[in-house]
Design a binder for this molecule. Structure first.
Ligand code: HEM
Length: 223
């Protein structure tokens, strides 16, 4: 009965061919750690992806309690730390995760650069990768303000003051991001919306293109 239902569902959703397509795809010898130990460097991209999934999950739980306005944000963060079950774990994982992602994505990029994998036909994927890196940094920048403590406020002021130097659009960019001429209530709302809606949507889109191209080109060996 159970297996009939699974078969019925599988025929409609066609999960098996999709799964087999992924599971039967051979790992090239140079990227297989059981063939050569140095192949562990090929894991950096995958580990970055796992950390991103962990950030999504912990972030979703944090959003259950975090209040994105200047009156309550600081206290809601403190409340998560002290009163929510596993709250301090969630915040710590989210916090450490953000730093680890930057370390892993840098190592991944160094692997690509060191092996010369950015060369034809993978230049497009390198450019998509650079966009992913900028998105990851934007996640860190917008997330840092959310606890709305002094450190967050002044660090954001320093970060925003750099953005002024972006050619042509610098001043407009700062005004739009801040939601005015200084950091205040609108900045927090803007950063929150960017952190939990705009950036995740962009990241998932670019990741889909990144993975699609990896699948098309295959994992390359060192050039
Ligand atoms: C969100 C960040 C990123 C994730 C999750 C990610 C994930 C991955 C994964 C899983 C692979 C397969 C092989 C491997 O891991 O080495 C890969 C390959 C690749 N990545 Fe990334 N990546 C990210 C950022 C970047 C960045 C910043 C660059 C460069 C600027 C980049 C350029 C490439 C290129 C060119 C390949 C193809 C490698 C090959 O064909 O051997 N990626 N990426």
């Amino acid at each position: 009965m159970y297996s009939n239902f699974v078969k019925w569902l599988d025929e409609r959703l066609m999960v098996t061919p999709l799964w087999r397509d992924m599971a039967d795809h051979p790992v090239p010898e140079q990227a297989n750690p059981s063939e050569r130990v140095s192949a562990f460097v090929y894991c950096f991209g995958g580990v970055t992806f796992l950390l991103i999934i962990s950030q999504f999950i912990t972030g979703m739980f944090l959003a259950l309690y975090y209040v994105p306005d200047i009156v309550n944000s600081y206290n809601s963060t403190k409340y998560i730390m002290t009163h929510v079950t596993f709250g301090s774990w969630l915040i710590s994982m989210h916090n450490w995760g953000s730093s680890l992602i930057i370390i892993m994505v840098t190592l991944h990029m160094l692997r690509i650069y060191w092996m010369g994998v950015y060369k034809k036909p993978r230049e497009g994927n390198w450019i998509i990768g650079v966009t992913l890196l900028l998105l990851i940094l934007a996640f860190g920048f917008t997330g840092y303000l959310l606890p709305w403590d002094e450190k967050a406020y002044f660090a954001t002021q320093v970060g925003v003051s750099f953005l002024k130097y972006v050619p042509f659009i610098g001043n407009a960019l700062v005004k739009i991001l801040q939601g005015g001429n200084s950091i205040g209530a609108d900045t927090l709302t803007h950063f929150f919306a960017l952190h939990v809606l705009f950036l995740p949507a962009l990241l998932l889109t670019f990741l889909a293109f990144h993975f699609m191209l990896i699948r098309r080109h295959g994992i390359s060996g060192p050039y």
